[in-house]
Design a protein around this ligand. Structure first.
Ligand SMILES: [Fe+2]
Length: 288
């Protein structure tokens, strides 16, 4: 799918807390940080030097730290810097260096991160599920371009539809699956959510599409129609909505609110470049 990318966006990707160390924020700075996140959907804090444990500590202090999914600690790998290791914090990329393996390809498609959200009781798909991604070592992107992560503003996407199409979408719901590949399909619970979703803090309406495995209610028995519906709707979104590309610099931490943006990772050549990023996802449980 062809689309237009921009590196400056009217809403997404603003830099906040310039010159601050995330571990030394005042309560007021934390509150302003969160307000910016809900208002902008994607925010960036630059020039940080954190360990994995500190990233987790920041998450706990800021969002109340309710991670989704399994949290068993893995045995430490002596080839990996211990500062990058903390239970529940995932290392993305090729931290042991160049590799012939294809690394991270599941992220190279448009989606809302949802992890275990569809099978966690008491949480809607538009729960305030925040992912923080800390770029420690940044690879070169493809074709000599910088390495980026791309985001779509799903509130803008909704606003770009004609009123008649908006009304039609407002009457529709979709089933969402957890992105877990090891379980047989019959065991995987699904959660229903309206396509037009209301943000829990700002009240703005946006589209919640999940990923291309989402199934519109009524098309459960017609997988091909479901896929076609999703792809046509998503192509219309991409056709009308500019994509914000965050260009990575070492030390950046990008925070995004999955209830209002979609994103896709972009490939890099893992045989030539090293990428190290730390990822942590939390549901904000401090907002009432
Ligand atoms: Fe993702």
């Amino acid at each position: 799918m062809q689309y237009k990318t921009v590196q400056q966006h009217q809403r997404l990707g603003i830099e906040v807390l310039q010159g601050c160390n995330l571990m030394q924020l005042t309560d007021q700075q934390v509150q302003e940080f969160k307000k910016s996140l809900w208002e902008h959907g994607v925010i960036v804090v630059r020039q940080q030097h954190l360990t994995a444990s500190q990233l987790k500590e920041f998450a706990q202090q800021t969002f109340g730290y309710s991670r989704l999914g399994r949290q068993q600690p893995k045995p430490n790998d002596p080839e990996i810097d211990p500062n990058l290791l903390s239970p529940g914090v995932h290392i993305l990329g090729n931290p042991k260096g160049h590799t012939q393996e294809i690394v991270g390809k599941f992220a190279w498609q448009w989606h809302h991160d949802k992890d275990h959200l569809p099978k966690t009781e008491g949480l809607d798909m538009n729960a305030l599920y925040v992912v923080m991604l800390y770029g420690v070592e940044i690879p070169q992107g493809v074709d000599g371009q910088p390495h980026t992560t791309e985001f779509l503003d799903m509130i803008e996407a909704y606003n770009n539809f004609e009123p008649e199409h908006q009304r039609q979408l407002e009457s529709m719901n979709m089933y969402h699956l957890s992105p877990v590949f090891s379980e047989s399909e019959s065991d995987v619970p699904m959660k229903v959510h309206p396509i037009v979703s209301t943000h829990k803090v700002t009240g703005h309406k946006g589209l919640y599409l999940g990923s291309d495995t989402s199934i519109p209610v009524g098309m459960e028995e017609k997988p091909e129609s479901a896929k076609q519906f999703w792809q046509e709707l998503f192509e219309t979104v991409l056709d009308r909505t500019p994509v914000f590309a965050h260009v990575w610099q070492p030390g950046d931490i990008v925070f995004w609110d999955n209830s209002q943006v979609m994103h896709t990772g972009t490939p890099y050549d893992a045989t030539q470049y090293k990428r190290v990023a730390l990822r942590l996802g939390v549901v904000d449980n401090t907002y009432v």
